[in-house]
Design a protein around this ligand. Sequence first.
Ligand code: NAD
Ligand code: UD1
Length: 336
Amino acid sequence: MAVLLTGGAGYIGSHTALTLLEQGEDIVVADNLCNSSEESLRRVQEITGKKLRFYQADVASRSDMEELFSREPIESVIHFAGLKAVGESVEQPLRYYRVNLDCTLTLLECMAGHGVKNLVFSSSATVYGDGRPPFREGDPTPGCTNPYGWTKLMIEQIITDAAAADSGLSAVLLRYFNPVGAHPSGRIGEDPRGIPNNLMPYIAQVASGRREKLTVYGDDYPTPDGSCIRDYLHVCDLAEGHGRALAYARAHSGVEIINLGRGQGVSVLEMVEAWGRANGPIPYEIGPRRSGDIPVSCANVDKARELLGWEARRDVEDMCRDSWNWQRNNPLGYEK
Ligand code: NAD
Ligand code: UD1
């Protein structure tokens, strides 16, 4: 029996594929490569010495997915596929709703048609909006500030409704906080297209000389050093969290929402310092706030500990060291 990873060639999907292969799972990946490269999967197989099966498929396409489900003995699904750039979602809202919702609807229909009952979904801490951190899973989700976030909330609702109508369906909705870092081999990592929006890939590109300096977006927030606080977590911890969530989904039915974070806030300036300790200093300047940023985002991680027996093990310096190891070995990402 196999686990299907939709979007499995991407950043989090490739690290999860690696972890699950190492745990002895049989892995099938469906990805249309719109934001990734098949090279990530080639390297996952090289690192693990194990094979997976790849389908270049549009997860929103019923025919692509029917073909996959009829050929492969899929028993569980981890659903990563979708578009994820917040700013782009504001500029192209219909595309984001179309892709993210259609991928999920097609997937759920194929799962129902083929009797597949276990699902893990990539949601995001963005659904907590500007609520009161540390965020707990039961906190209200009053709405999002961007279409990307809304797609995550809508998909959580769609999966919850599907599970209410099918008592055999089991779903774990994982709300990730800020995934960063890379596999310590330096062979797979985050490969953003164009200028990175997110902090860690930006710092890594400054360190490699591809960007001149980091701009810290605001030092006048109500935080101890004035810069924003986030709950960064190593992508390998996140990948292991998926292994635990999969085991949980297999053993239970119904829907659980679970935060995956470290439960520790780190400010932008603290991250810059940690980078300096791990890899040497990088140039930065203080700039204006970025619109849409909240001062503090941090998880309460009790539920992950209790239900999954999972806790992040890697610290901020591991995140910085592994990001740099990936960046310096692959200055242009998966392109040569
Ligand atoms: P990513 O872009 O690297 O991976 C997503 C993958 O989905 C890509 O490989 C892309 O090619 C694929 N894809 C997109 N549309 C598709 C389609 N129609 N058919 C098939 N494949 C398609 O992103 P990631 O960082 O690995 O994120 C994975 C998931 O986790 C996403 O759903 C994202 O929204 C969610 N998430 C990510 C973060 C983060 O900080 N990276 C935070 C919270 C949630
Ligand atoms: C952003 C998204 C979030 C998404 C996450 C992962 C927004 C508002 N939120 O989260 O929905 O799930 O990415 O893709 O876009 N920073 C700088 N300089 C930079 C880049 C970032 O100071 O060049 C700061 C930001 O202001 C923020 C922190 O670093 O305080 C982290 O930023 P980022 O990595 O973009 O993550 P989030 O904004 O938390």
